[in-house]
Design a protein around this ligand. Structure first.
Ligand SMILES: Cc1ncc(COP(=O)(O)O)c(C=O)c1O
Length: 403
């Protein structure tokens, strides 16, 4: 894997900017699902203020009353420039992109383009739970090809799933998570090329969800699926949503490889109307002018990954954690703690810390939890303290930290 250093951050760590008191004023899912005494380290929202260029662009749009329907290709152009600079990929063709409301609705539309009702969609569990929910909701069938013990794609298992999926002569899609949520695995160029080769051999269409692409650890390089040889018939989804915490400002981009352009062209234009114009403005500003902020975030996440490793070794040595190379999520194997299949329940009820249960992530999820590292170091410390208190059964009551 090519290793590239992060730019030295020219901005302060955004993960240290907000106090818990301030964050508790937020009205989003992360902060309003559980009572106030619960420390939320679950859903993929970040405890950061927005990058200044994003605030400026959205504020200017609001002041102008520029709140109509989205138009034009500025988002795709900003992503193409970002992809060139960041990943050395100059193959993102703006004419083979389309704005979609968000990544998951984009995934649904891409799968609809290449499969029909009842067709199989192959996923690599443990994987982002909505992959199951959206696929079944759109009347497709989930076929699992679990990751290997090393948390990487197992090509033999994938090939077997491809073979079974097309055995009846029907169509099939592979919904690839790249980088992989929840493990933070960054697929290498070789792995992606092998996936593409298998997909071609079995006639399976790959839809790559690359929402976490901007969020990689220092020294790690993300490889876009559409950049690897053999991926010409692939489809991908990208967004500034995870990298800059813009989930509430709806917009994403669907991308087609050269041999999938005709498929993307069949997507009804109306799908793009579901994106928010303010979302498009925000995502465009993030990709175009938000790289210094992103570098500061990534440096902060690197620190938090190291911090978590140390804290777990000290306070919860039974927990197995392979620090990911991407995303701001940590996948923790808690089976040795004796909390059963759903340790998140014990952590919540006794420790008053909310983690994502591993069970909805599919095969390989039982006994695991996912922890959101996009918080201040003090909050991470408090989270692990609460987890350890759950195990010790000390019940000394959670202590609220005020970073
Ligand atoms: C892999 C993956 N895909 C999609 C999403 C959701 O993206 P959106 O809100 O754009 O649908 C997430 C959110 O965490 C994610 O982790």
């Amino acid at each position: 894997m090519t290793r590239i250093p992060h730019e030295p951050p020219g901005e302060p760590n955004p993960l240290r900017a907000l106090t818990l008191d301030r964050l508790r004023h937020r009205t989003s899912m992360k902060w309003r699902t559980y009572p106030e005494d619960v420390l939320p380290l679950w859903v993929a929202e970040m405890d950061v203020p927005l990058a200044e260029p994003v605030v400026r662009a959205v504020t200017e749009a609001l002041e102008l009353g520029d709140t109509g329907y989205p138009s034009g290709t500025a988002y795709a152009e900003a992503l193409a420039a970002f992809a060139g600079k960041r990943w050395g990929w100059d193959g993102l063709a703006v004419e083979r992109t389309a704005v979609v409301p968000d990544v998951m609705l984009g995934v649904v539309e891409m799968i609809k383009l290449v499969t029909g009702p009842g067709d199989p969609v192959i996923v690599n569990p443990p994987v982002y739970p909505p992959f199951y929910q959206f696929v079944t909701h759109m009347d497709r069938r989930v076929v699992e090809a679990p990751l290997g013990a090393d948390l990487r794609i197992d090509l033999d298992v994938l090939e077997d799933a491809f073979r079974r999926s097309v055995a009846g002569g029907g169509r099939a899609a592979h919904l690839l998570c790249s980088p992989h949520n929840p493990t933070g695995t960054v697929h290498t160029a070789e792995e992606l090329a092998a996936v593409a080769a298998l997909a071609e051999r079995y006639g399976v269409r790959v839809v790559a969800d690359e929402i976490h692409a901007p969020v990689v650890a220092g020294g790690v390089r993300f490889v876009p699926y559409l950049s690897v040889p053999g991926a010409e018939r692939g489809l991908a989804l990208m967004s500034a949503s995870k990298g800059w915490n813009l989930a509430g400002l709806k917009a994403a981009l669907a991308l087609a490889g050269p041999a999938a352009a005709a498929d993307l062209a069949r997507m009804p234009e109306e799908v793009g109307h579901g994106a928010s114009h303010l979302g498009v403005i925000a995502h465009t500003a993030a990709l175009r002018d938000g790289t210094a902020w992103l570098d500061a975030l990534l440096a902060g996440l690197d620190d938090n990954r190291r911090l978590l490793t140390g804290l777990l070794a000290e306070h919860l040595p039974g927990v197995v954690h392979h620090p990911g190379q991407a995303t701001y999520l940590a996948w923790l194997d808690c089976r040795a703690l004796g909390f059963g299949d759903d340790p998140a329940k014990a952590f919540l009820s006794r420790g008053r810390v909310a983690l994502s249960s591993g069970i909805p992530f599919g095969t390989g999820g039982a006994g695991h939890v996912r922890l959101n590292l996009a918080a201040s170091p003090e909050v991470i410390e408090e989270g692990v303290r609460r987890m350890a208190a759950t195990r010790n059964g000390t019940h000394d009551g959670p202590r609220e930290q005020r970073p």
